[in-house]
Design a protein around this ligand. Sequence first.
Ligand SMILES: Cc1cc2nc3c(=O)[nH]c(=O)nc-3n(C[C@H](O)[C@H](O)[C@H](O)COP(=O)(O)OP(=O)(O)OC[C@H]3O[C@@H](n4cnc5c(N)ncnc54)[C@H](O)[C@@H]3O)c2cc1C
Length: 397
Amino acid sequence: MKKNISTLHDCYGCGVCIKACPVKIIHLRENQNGFYAPVIDEQDKCIECGLCLKICAFNHNKIAAETTGNISFAAWSNDENTRNWCSSGGIGFEIGRKLIEQGYEAVGVRFDSEKNRAEHYIASTVEDFMPSVGSKYIPSYTAEALLAIDRHKKYLVTGTPCQIDSFRRYIQHFKVEDNFILLDFFCHGVPSLLLWNKYTSELTQKIGKITFASWRNKSTGWQDSWSMNADATTGGESIDWHDSYNLKIRGKKHLYTSRKSQGDLFYRFFLGNFCLNQCCYTTCKYKMLSSSADIRIGDFWGKRYETNNQGVSIAIAFTQRGKALLETLNSSCTLIPEPTDIATEGQMHKNAYRPLSRDKVIKALRTSLSLKQIYWTVIFPYRIIGKIYKTLNKIKS
Ligand SMILES: Cc1cc2nc3c(=O)[nH]c(=O)nc-3n(C[C@H](O)[C@H](O)[C@H](O)COP(=O)(O)OP(=O)(O)OC[C@H]3O[C@@H](n4cnc5c(N)ncnc54)[C@H](O)[C@@H]3O)c2cc1C
């Protein structure tokens, strides 16, 4: 087999190889485990230039950018609506707004209800950038947006740390780093699209065709806030944030809300790590301060803002350009310098734990079993076995 991206397995699925390939033979498709992966149908057309492997973050042990220092802030938008709609303090949106005003285009992630997927897209106006508000806790389809980027123009590119690490390699290779500001976030990992497809298909039967989905909602406060709301994209209804991890989906018949704190199954599977991408457990190199971005954002969990009901973001600048950009936000945002160890207190220090049942869960997600059935027949028995094992180990020691 020719030496190209198709020889890698269980990669990040960032799609940057599709952008880099000079003969455009790489495609991004969902694999059998429900994650995007690069595929080459016509191997004979490969010219073996090696660029796909050169820019691939998964193909390298080290990250593309060496972080030399950082400056951390607790941050939030001074605009109440923005802060309400976003996952934490709305700092991601404010960074995009500022750069668009300066003539950049912004590459963000929106939810496409027709295709039932999260996808990267390019926004040239602040209004266009609004659908990027709010985290979509599923893998995003990057190919179309990446192909549309003109590397001689100026862009903000947002994404998971692995997407951004490959993209940094791409702009380093073409020596166009000055045209780009890169933004990533502290990343838990991404769950399988098999979970998302099953969850939304079960829901469609109850509420009709889903026209909007969002993963966070602050109506009962930020600490418990995972949910979705249609009006976030049109600038209508405002949501109170400091609530719970909950899921709110707008279908044709009525609005559906389901909170993690009340046992929502999407969040149980996702945050229980039962069906993350294989690389999220084993080959994620991006926890804590390991990043190829100019700026990393996140939820400011931890003690400092635990009584804040509206949401507080972390913003960490790793580069001079990132730092200079954060300084320009002073008129639209509140930025409070915080020691980095305080800012990152609530973040994952290492990769997600891989439950024993993970492969069985992925397999079951491919069947006609409902999520509830999978929970009780696959996940639950393993949890009991795990508990017995732990207790026996305690007794032994
Ligand atoms: C899969 C995933 C896991 C995360 N894990 C953590 C975590 O462990 N700890 C933590 O503090 N924060 C995590 N975040 C980030 C967090 O949800 C918020 O984005 C962050 O607090 C910033 O909030 P905000 O209000 O400024 O921005 P938001 O309004 O949430 O927007 C953040 C940016 O993320 C981009 N984005 C949204 N969905 C995706 C996606 N699926 N793929 C790529 N880019 C996307 C958007 O384009 C937007 O620019 C995660 C986000 C995602 C998508």
